[in-house]
Every structure is written in structure tokens, then in C-alpha cells.
Design a protein. Structure first.
Lengths: 211, 245
């Protein structure tokens, strides 16, 4: 799966966008996954991500209370991941340091500018094992929306933030019907996994409303 | 997905949440174009309808395939004659444990329909056929389950016109075969009625280099500065002691 992979934007725009999630393999490291994944989630949240979630129940940006997310993850034995997105490399480093120390045995996958992700791993005493690198969008590209709209929509890897929602939100901001902050909350809500970065969405919206 | 015409007041708030642009207003009421609808459930989940007019019905085969567009598919009953169909493949997520990709090897992940355009299974079959001629083997998932003849990429006829938001197709090959794969993907890229996102997967070498990138650069294939990295933290738990490396 590549849900947190194909996030589009310039290097500058992506500098404040780091995703993290856990994974397990049946029969290898899925024993007591609920408890360990709940601990993983708590470690991520301690380092103040801009969003977090667990697909089984939802995300912070969708209005699900953190306590509910943690409790639900703890009691479930399924292998669905807990996700978070950070807006700074420093937060990523601190989270990785603690995860290394805790030795939860979970697979941990980090997304972002790879140069920065590798640096963060190094600072945390970790060695990246395998990478997944996007080669872009091919095929009938005339079907795509405006590039900066994609910067927002691709932050939900399940594609639940459609371009027409972004366009509708832009119109509402221009009319003065909603604030940027409320706009990013509306855009975050359909992303049930918690991988959508509302802070980055605000920054991109600021650019889009000028166009 | 359906909209109850008795309850709809034509406010059109739901349309912005449709991932397929399938909701339109006909005679002042919102209506879902069933041909376009991907059954992703986003309109219903949005809870924007003030009269709760949006609803879903159990889907029969082959339309049930469209449920793969719904991120909450795992909570639903899924009717299929070929067993459970999931578009999921593992990618790099557990590679430190599964050792699927080792040094000298590269994985390709092709996602027809992504980002947000959607695809017919006919387009998926086209890509599959283009690549399978190279003698590579796709990881089992939704796409392979629908093949009558996986060797030539012939899909079940009844599913070809069905639409999904996206799916993943993953296969492995040697790094020195990257030029052949890229050539095939370039060919099919000029002859397809949707978009597809591509990514590569490979081990990070001991010196932190990624050899596959050199091959791509020599072919003029650009890659993103961002991506995903498996941190190598996965370990056997509760079965035996020792590290995953």
C-alpha cells in the first residue's frame, strides 16, 4: 500500500510534513498488537503531531477524542496501523528516539523528505532499512486538477479529500464565509486515518486563494 | 450510494464530497450517477446532508468490487465469487522481517487511478498485460484474484467495466531490469484512459545509498524528494528472541 507516499509539493512545502505509522506481520510481531500499538500511538501523540488516528475508529481531525482512539486500538487485535503526522523534524527525531528505546517490536514507517528522514533516523540512532520512492503520476494527466490542489488532496492517501471539496472551500474563504483554520478542519475531516496535515493545508490554501 | 429523493432538499452540500463527481442536481434534487459512483462512502460519512437522504445498499457482484474504493471496506460484507478481494499489498512496510526486497532487487508499485481520478478494471488489465510480458510476477491481491489467465493478464470479463478509486499492483525484479520496466510503463502511459502513480521500493545499502536511483537518473526518470522509509524496528515478538536483521 502507498497511502502516505504520493504527497505532492515543493521541497519547501514538504519541510513541515512527516508521516509515521506502524505495521505488523501476522505470526511474527502481531502478538498483543493492541497494547503495543496503543503505546506507539501514545508516544507519537506525546510529541505533538498535528494529526493522528487509527482507521478502525477515526482521527483527531475528524473529532474523535484521543482517549477513544487509544482505547479502541488497545482492545483490538487487528493489524490496522496508527498514524500521525508531524510538522517538524525535531518532533520526528524525539519520537524515533523513544520508539527505539521502548523496543515495541513494531515495524515503523516514516514518510517525508527522504534527506531529512534519513537525518532524523541517524540522530535517533536508527538505520533506514528499505525505501519507497514515488516516480510521479503517469498516463492521462489532463484528468488531474490544478497542481496545488493536489498538494492538499494527496495528503489523504485514500483520496477522500476530493478536488471539488478543496475548490468549494477556496470559494468560501474568498467570500469570507469561513476562516483558514476552519477550512483546514473541514478538509481534514474525511481523512479517517489521521494522515492529513491540517497545518500544511492552511499554508497551501493561503497560496491558492491568491491565485 | 443512493440519495432518497423524498428526503433530499437539493442543497447540494454532498456533491463536494463525491470522489467521482457522480452527484448532480436534476430537477432541483441531488442524484447519484450510478455509472460514475465508486461506492467509496465519502458522501455518507461526511454527514453533511441535513435530511440524512444519503444511503447505501448491499452490492452484488461485480459491482461489489467498487467497495474497494471505501477505506472502511473491512467493516462491510463483501460479495464475491472469488474469495475476499483486497487491493492491499505489503510494499516496504514489513521488509525488515519479510526480506521481500534485498540488495540488487527493486520493487515497483503501480497504482492505477491514483491520485483521485479513479479507474476501470479495463485500464488495470492494460497495465497488467504490459508488464506481465516481462515475466515478472505480481503480488497476490485484488488484481491477481480477478485474472482468468495471470500469465497473459486476462481478467474476468464481467469486471472490466467496473470502476474503483485506485488499486495497487506490486512486483519485484532486478535493478538492472529497470530500463525494460520503464519502457513498458512509458508505452502504456500513452495508451491509457486514466492516470497511474508509480513508485519503486528497494533496500538502503550499508553506505545509505539507493542504487536504483542511479538507474532511474540515467533513463531521465524523475523521482520525488519525499518518500517513505522503513526504520528497521520490526522484531519477532513472543516467538523467539533476537533481532530482525
Amino acid at each position: 500500500m502507498t497511502h502516505t507516499l504520493h504527497r505532492r509539493g515543493t521541497v519547501e512545502s514538504l519541510e513541515h510534513d512527516y508521516t509515521m505509522f506502524n505495521n505488523v506481520q501476522q505470526g511474527i510481531n502481531n502478538i498483543n498488537v493492541g497494547e503495543r500499538a496503543a503505546t506507539f500511538l501514545k508516544i507519537m501523540v506525546k510529541n505533538k503531531p498535528v494529526n493522528a488516528g487509527y482507521r478502525w475508529i477515526g482521527s483527531l481531525s475528524a473529532g474523535v477524542p484521543l482517549e477513544d482512539i487509544v482505547n479502541e486500538r488497545e482492545k483490538q487485535s487487528n493489524i490496522f496501523s496508527c498514524n500521525a503526522v508531524f510538522d517538524s523534524k525535531d518532533k520526528l527525531v524525539e519520537t524515533l528516539k523513544e520508539l527505539k528505546e521502548k523496543e515495541l517490536g513494531l515495524c515503523v514507517i516514516v514518510g517525508g523528505l527522504l534527506k531529512e528522514v534519513f537525518d532524523a533516523a541517524n540522530k535517533a540512532g536508527l538505520t533506514p532499512h528499505t525505501v519507497n520512492i514515488p516516480l510521479g503520476i503517469w498516463g492521462k494527466k489532463e484528468l488531474l486538477p490544478k497542481e496545488k490542489v493536489l498538494w492538499i488532496t494527496t495528503m489523504c492517501g485514500h483520496n477522500m479529500v476530493p478536488p471539488q471539496l478543496v475548490n468549494s472551500i477556496i470559494e468560501q474563504i474568498k467570500r469570507g464565509s469561513i476562516s483558514l483554520e476552519d477550512a483546514s478542519k473541514i478538509l481534514s475531516k474525511p481523512c479517517i486515518c489521521g494522515a492529513f496535515n491540517p497545518k500544511r493545508a492552511e499554508e497551501v490554501l493561503k497560496e491558492l486563494i491568491k491565485e | 450510494m443512493r440519495i432518497d429523493q423524498e428526503k433530499c432538499i437539493g442543497c447540494y452540500r454532498c456533491a463536494a464530497y463525491c470522489t467521482a463527481n457522480a452527484i448532480s442536481v436534476i430537477e432541483c434534487l441531488a442524484s447519484v450517477d450510478q455509472e460514475k459512483c465508486l461506492e467509496c462512502g465519502n458522501c455518507l460519512r461526511s454527514e453533511v446532508c441535513p435530511t440524512e437522504a444519503i444511503y447505501e445498499i448491499p452490492l452484488d457482484w461485480p459491482r461489489s468490487i467498487r467497495m474497494n474504493s471505501d477505506p472502511l471496506i473491512f467493516k462491510k460484507e463483501f460479495k464475491t465469487p472469488v474469495g475476499h478481494l483486497s487491493r492491499v499489498t505489503s510494499g516496504i512496510k514489513r521488509n525488515e522481517l519479510m526480506r521481500k526486497y534485498e540488495s540488487g532487487e527493486v520493487g515497483f508499485m503501480i497504482s492505477p487511478g491514483r491520485p483521485g481520478v479513479g479507474t476501470t478494471l479495463e485500464n488495470v488489465e492494460k497495465i497488467y498485460r504490459a508488464v506481465t510480458g516481462l515475466g515478472v510476477e505480481f503480488q497476490p491481491n485484488l488484481v491477481t484474484s480477478l485474472m482468468i489467465d495471470p500469465k497473459i493478464g486476462k481478467m474476468r470479463k464481467e469486471v472490466l467495466k467496473e470502476r474503483i478509486l485506485y488499486t495497487d499492483m506490486e512486483f519485484k525484479t532486478e535493478i538492472d531490469r529497470i530500463p525494460e520496466v520503464i519502457e513498458k510503463l512509458r508505452e502504456v502511459s500513452n495508451n491509457i484512459d486514466t492516470v497511474f502513480s508509480i513508485s519503486i521500493m528497494c533496500r538502503v545499502e550499508a553506505d545509505m545509498s539507493i542504487p536504483a536511483l542511479t538507474a532511474l537518473e540515467s533513463l531521465g526518470v524523475s523521482y520525488y524528494p519525499n518518500g517513505k522509509a522503513n526504520m528497521g524496528l520490526g522484531r519477532w515478538v513472543g516467538l523467539k528472541t533476537g533481532g530482525g536483521n
